[in-house]
Design a protein around this ligand. Structure first.
Ligand code: ZN
Length: 501
């Protein structure tokens, strides 16, 4: 590598180190820190974020990027060098558009709003949260204006999570999902009979923890490159491709919570674990987008974790740790229990069929807010109407309605759709891998995910953030983002379940 590129790499490595230090502080905050550390931790995180921002907007980085652009001219666009310069230039350009004062105000307002949200949700009181939400929205609108001109005011919000994706295209994808899923939910949500209590009962936490450690040990991430901790809202964080922090949560009365959270978060960690080592400590050393990230977690949680063959494997594990509950259970019963369709109020508890409708509700509300068609104070009513229309449920209070998720309190608008994009991409990948990977079904039956991991690593993981999502999906599948495979496979799955096959 030339001296010019080497110099740029060093600057970007420093920024990456600051970013990972924030991740470490955040991981610690959510898994280890005593409550007394909260105030100081907020300051520490803010300082690190400011330092990182200063690096991104510095004239020195501008100059280094300028020189590097000349240096990589003529190199193939998919080379590591050209990709590094292209992606870093885009990130630096975006950082420079946002005044430091606004960046700080966004962080401060969302921190205050999150605290207010916790209280408001406890008391199911949207009115108490409203002023904080209004402040977040006002600041986000100012943020959007930093990127004028744009085709749609929602575009700059999306760009932070899904580089290159435009609102118009996203609207099309989510509308097809909605139109495909609403009739499926109507067909399969009712008439399934009584709920199976198989995964409910008393599952001592110590046994659950042992089961989780064992399950993780059998999943394809090397033992000395990850650890598992407990948290209230599970997440996975990467401190480097070889230092993955996975979390899950345990519910004594519900075994499903820990197991499927763990599978989900391990999917995220497997993605980071597979990024090519030479991309680490650079803006390329992460997933391509939130949508792609979520595709990996959903693939492991749902396409693997709720598949019929994988039930054979899981049941063997369950019998080992909870013999009384599972001794006489058949895999088919477990399969049905974890694939039950239910019209429910809470997104994080939703099944594969209804989940994306929860996202559509939030997306349509966000669009209306940023198109100036809806005021924040009208949200509870608008929320209730959409839930009735798409899911057929009545929202009894704010806590199980508009206040259930932290995202808007955290100032994250444009984030929710990435969950559905993840499901769509996972559907496309699964259609492809099921046709290409010999013996996949047998491997799932024995809990052997190594070959699947290798396939994903070769097609997706190793590229890190080198390509924008649209280019990446094209490279992998030969076509654009397409909800078709997700809808077809879901329809087939639930039809077979209903027929008792
Ligand atoms: Zn996730």
């Amino acid at each position: 590598m030339s001296g010019v590129l080497e110099g740029l790499r060093r600057r970007l490595a420093r920024i990456s180190d600051l970013e990972r230090a924030q991740s470490l502080a955040a991981w610690d905050e959510r898994t280890q820190m005593p409550p007394g550390g909260a105030e100081a931790r907020a300051e520490q995180l803010a300082t690190l974020a400011e330092l990182e921002h200063e690096h991104w907007v510095s004239d020195e980085l501008q100059a280094a990027l300028e020189r590097a652009r000349g240096e990589v001219e003529g190199l193939p666009a998919d080379s590591d060098e050209a990709s590094l310069v292209r992606v870093a230039s885009r990130l630096a350009e975006r950082a420079r558009r946002v005044p430091t004062e606004l960046a700080g105000e966004l962080a401060r307002a969302s921190s205050l709003a999150e605290q207010a949200w916790v209280r408001a949700r406890e008391e199911s009181d949207f009115k108490a949260f409203l002023p904080f939400l209004e402040r977040n929205l006002e600041l986000r609108r100012r943020y959007v204006e930093c990127f004028a001109p744009y085709e749609h005011p929602y575009d700059p919000l999306l760009e932070d999570f899904e580089p290159g994706l435009r609102t118009a295209q996203l609207e099309g994808v989510l509308a097809s999902l909605r139109d495909g899923l609403v009739p499926l939910v109507q067909r399969y949500a009712d008439g399934q009979g009584r709920k199976d209590a198989l995964l409910h009962g008393r599952f001592p936490l110590e046994r659950q923890r042992a089961l989780a450690e064992r399950l993780l040990a059998e999943l394809p991430i090397p033992r000395d490159e990850r650890r598992l901790d407990t948290t209230a809202h599970p997440f996975a964080i990467s401190l480097s491709p070889r230092d993955l922090r996975i979390t899950t949560r345990y519910d004594q009365g519900d075994l499903a919570v820990a197991v499927w959270s763990l599978l989900h978060e391990t999917g995220h960690a497997m993605y980071e674990n597979g990024i090519a080592p030479q991309l680490a400590r650079s803006p390329l050393g992460q997933g391509a987008s939130l949508g792609f990230h979520e595709s990996q977690s959903r693939l492991i949680e749902n396409w693997v974790g709720r598949s019929r063959p994988f039930m054979d494997y899981l049941l063997r594990l369950f019998r080992e740790y909870f013999p009384t509950q599972f001794e006489h259970v058949q895999a088919e019963r477990l399969y049905r229990a974890v694939n039950r369709v239910e019209r429910s109020l809470i997104r994080v508890d939703a099944d594969e069929l209804t989940y994306n409708l929860h996202i559509v509700v939030r997306f349509e509300l966000e669009l209306a807010l940023f198109q100036g068609e809806l005021e924040a104070r009208e949200l509870p009513q608008a929320w209730a109407e959409l839930m009735r229309t798409y899911l057929g449920v009545e929202v009894p209070d704010d806590a199980s309605g508009v206040l259930q998720d932290v995202h808007w309190a955290a100032g994250l608008f444009g984030y929710f759709p990435t969950y559905s994009l993840g499901n769509v991409i996972a559907g496309q990948l699964w259609a492809l891998v099921s046709g290409e990977l010999d013996g996949l079904e047998e491997q799932l039956r024995s809990g052997e995910l190594g070959p699947l991991r290798d396939w994903l690593r070769d097609r997706l993981h190793r590229h890190g953030a080198k390509f924008e999502p649209a280019e990446l999906i094209e490279r992998i599948t030969g076509g654009p983002l397409d909800p078709g495979p997700l809808l077809t496979q879901l329809e087939r799955k639930y039809e077979a379940l209903a027929a008792g096959v």
